[in-house]
Design a protein around this ligand. Structure first.
Ligand code: SF4
Ligand code: SF4
Length: 247
């Protein structure tokens, strides 16, 4: 497979159209080696009506980054289907409204830089042209920004940017392999949200932090609030940073 990356600006035209009329329909959902982010898992398990524990056990495998020791979660390899995504059907994606960020972004690659002065994020994009994808060169009348908006990927990108900043902080402050117990805490609080919630409410996991009742109320039902709390808890466990606990 050849691959070509072409930088594009968000106001450039997006010469790409994906749909069932393309002869390559579903090709990009096969032969997968796809990492899933915490927010991807939150959306997928909710779409399927599963607990995070059941979703992770059924559909994913976990390994550790060889240098960082950080947990990496991806779809379970399945040679019987030539590593097709478990959610691809003849009609397309079974979990389309909650598909992962990488599925939404394809064929765009995105990189970010945060300004030290203002904290603002600058985004950079490139088109990845792969042989198997026949969607290129088809004008859809949209700019790159309009196409991105149509993919509803902003929230995924926000959570994923926060995760990347956490990983980058870990690599700066704790270079080398994360000890196994910290890797387990990272996995618990970010990937296995329902078990994290159970441990908070049934085992007093956050007893020492003086969590206000309003935050407890929020995380009882909101997966997003629980993920945000999980990101703070991991920062606290890894770097000793104080948790900001506001509902
Ligand atoms: S989640 Fe949907 S879009 Fe993504 S690889 Fe699977 S079937 Fe394809
Ligand atoms: S290979 Fe490209 S055009 Fe074909 S279905 Fe996948 S993203 Fe769409």
């Amino acid at each position: 497979m050849t691959e070509d990356m072409k930088p594009v600006h968000e106001n450039d035209p997006m010469p790409f159209f994906c749909g069932p009329e393309n002869m390559c329909f579903n090709e990009c959902c096969k032969d997968l080696n796809q990492a899933l982010t915490p927010y991807d898992i939150l959306r997928l398990k909710r779409n399927l009506g599963l607990s995070s524990q059941d979703f992770l056990r059924t559909y994913t495998s976990r390994h550790s980054g060889p240098r960082s020791g950080l947990p990496v979660v991806g779809f379970k390899p399945n040679p019987a289907t030539a590593h097709a995504c478990p959610f691809v059907t003849e009609g397309g994606c079974f979990v389309y409204p909650d598909r992962p960020a990488s599925c939404r972004m394809y064929p765009l690659a995105r990189a970010i830089a945060r300004s030290r002065e203002t904290g603002e994020i600058q985004e950079y994009f490139a088109l990845i042209a792969e042989d198997h994808c026949k969607g290129f060169g088809k004008n859809n009348g949209l700019t790159v920004r309009q196409w991105l908006d149509s993919q509803r990927v902003d929230l995924h990108n926000q959570y994923n940017d926060t995760l990347l900043e956490l990983i980058s902080l870990k690599n700066r402050m704790m270079p080398g392999k994360l000890p196994g117990y910290l890797s387990d805490q990272f996995y618990l609080a970010l990937y296995d949200l329902d078990t994290f919630r159970t441990q908070i409410f049934e085992q007093d996991l956050l007893a020492q932090y003086g969590v206000p009742p309003s935050v407890f109320e929020l995380i009882r039902t909101s997966d997003e609030a629980l993920l945000e709390l999980g990101l703070q808890w991991v920062r606290n466990q890894l770097f000793g940073l104080e948790m900001k606990l506001e509902a």
